[in-house]
Design a protein around this ligand. Sequence first.
Ligand code: NAP
Length: 295
Amino acid sequence: MPESMSLSGRTQMVGVMGWPVEHSLSPQMHNAAFATLNMDWCYVPLHVYPDQVTTAVRGLAALGFRGANATIPHKQALLSCLDWIDPPAQAIGAANTLVIERSIEDQDSVRLSGYNTDSVGMLSALHAHNLIPGQNIHRVVVAGAGGAARAVVWGLIEAGVTEIVLLNRDLPRAQTLAAELAPTLCRPLSFSTDALVESVRSADLLINTTPVGMWPHCENSIWPDSTPLPSNLAVFDLVYNPLETRLLAQTRQAGALPVDGLEMLVHQGALSFKLWTGQDAPLDVMRSACLQSLR
Ligand code: NAP
């Protein structure tokens, strides 16, 4: 908790539900934003087991929370607990932001709304590196088919990419994602090193949406050491802790373009912040807070 923060009965609470949740930088990021804007709000990490999402969401509403983020692996499960789902989150099939609203007339009347801010965050991160889907990015390989991958695939298709190869260990999960989001443009394949190496040959961009390489297993990478990455490839790793994952170090060594997960984290967080508070988020403050925590 920042030194300047003091909690009282009036403090507005938000948090992030995850399993694990220790890696999340969202508490530091949002609390720095609240402190800068002199807001009596507090953001806490919430360790929620996979079969407890509905109970946890009901508990947050009962405790007077204003909302929460959902991170790995709860983004799909959150959808089933909601009264209302924003159309992009409905289309994506996953929500990363819960907004808990109370009616002014009847404080017992609670509405649980779900949004997905990941796809906008993903596109902001790509744009920051001059990677524009539909303009200079046409063919993309996506590793993983979980909640984040759904937002990534949906955002890429909306932005106009022409081909996505979707690699996942659990092939039926990738097949379901492709069938639901982009049956003609998205080709699901079983994840293997050979399939990955073969797929990126004709791709402009590789996006890792798996947690492989995330702290504390920083030595892991989806890419094999035996084969250099193509130097004309851009590689976007959604993992942001550590900032330079092993995959991104391999990318840099190959002379290819690495994109880390920080900018997406900051932009998706800024949208959640606006949904809860109605205020514009201080992007620079949030970015600095994340960098400071990572150091
Ligand atoms: P999720 O719903 O649990 O999905 C995880 C995906 O990764 C699944 O498709 C899973 O495959 C795959 N996977 C897990 N371990 C693997 C392994 N050892 N080898 C190959 N594939 C593996 O999680 P999520 O919510 O999508 O999050 C995924 C990652 O993205 C996390 O690291 C999260 O922190 C990061 N993320 C970052 C941002 C950001 O703002 N930068 C935003 C969202 C997410 P199976 O289906 O076969 O199990």
